[in-house]
Design a protein around this ligand. Structure first.
Ligand code: 13P
Length: 255
């Protein structure tokens, strides 16, 4: 099965949780539990935690990522952080276009595209988040909407850069709500994403692309979701703050 062609990636998105001290404690608890992982393990932590968590994770198999980045290297953008700043710290992974950034902080498909392009051009891996609101699912426009989000975000990404992109399908109605897409729903939309990538870059490129599901993935439902053909990993919110739950998801992806 083509699934074997793509690395399984489990990424924790800690969102706006954990002070630097708490973050070190959490990463130290997670480290031994995922040491034997047969998948890529990432923790995307708040900017202020990056330095200390990088240090604490240096002797581990956990990659440390950020949760957003700007599209310029530097300049008058109060409160923003650039890819150049992140890579200078040794951070090579960043989430872009999370629905919370789109919903609460004005990110659009266009700014998400710029952020992703800047991150990739800086040599980083970008985890691009896409997904529909409940009303959009009920309207029956999920497939077109997600395909459009993917196309706009990837428009400046060159074929040779595609290996630096992970796409996370995160239905907004499933985030932090305890509602999970069924394995079939997740697989269907991840399949649409793969077909969209195939349309842009060819089938071989699409076969190698890691596509994650995110939205109330937990220790109990991870195995079923991750067994689906087009679901190659997970972007984990709440459960990534619970070491045993996160480790169980990593174990499910390591099978
Ligand atoms: P939850 O796992 O808390 O639903 O969050 C998912 C998410 O938004 C990951 O980016």
């Amino acid at each position: 099965m083509n699934k074997a062609l793509r690395p399984a990636v489990i990424a924790g998105n800690w969102k706006m949780n954990k002070t630097p001290g708490e973050a070190v404690q959490l990463i130290n608890e997670i480290k031994p539990l995922v040491a034997d992982a047969a998948c890529t393990v990432i923790a995307c932590v708040p900017f202020v935690d990056l330095q200390v968590v990088l240090g604490a994770a240096a002797d581990s198999n956990i990659r440390i990522g950020a949760q957003n980045c700007h599209f310029e290297d530097h300049g008058a953008f109060t409160g923003e952080i650039s890819p150049a700043m992140l890579t200078a710290m040794g951070v090579n992974v960043v989430i872009v276009g999370h629905s919370e950034r789109r919903t609460y902080f004005g990110d659009t498909d266009e700014t998400v595209a710029k952020r992703l392009t800047a991150a990739v051009n800086a040599g980083m891996t970008g985890i691009l988040c896409v997904g529909e609101y409940l009303e959009q699912r009920q309207q029956g426009i999920t497939d077109e909407l997600v395909a459009m989000q993917v196309k706009i975000a990837l428009k400046e990404i060159k074929p040779e850069q595609l290996g630096q992109v992970i796409i996370a399908y995160e239905p907004v109605w499933a985030i932090g709500t305890g509602l999970t897409a069924t394995a079939e729903q997740a697989n269907q939309v991840c399949g649409v994403i793969r077909a969209t990538v195939a349309g842009l870059y060819g089938q071989a490129a699409a076969d190698h692309m890691t596509i994650q599901y995110g939205g109330s993935m937990n220790a109990g439902n991870a195995a079923e979701l991750l067994a689906m053909e087009h679901v190659d990993g997970g972007l984990i919110g709440g459960a990534s703050l619970k070491p045993n739950d996160f480790a169980a998801i990593v174990a499910a992806a390591s099978k």
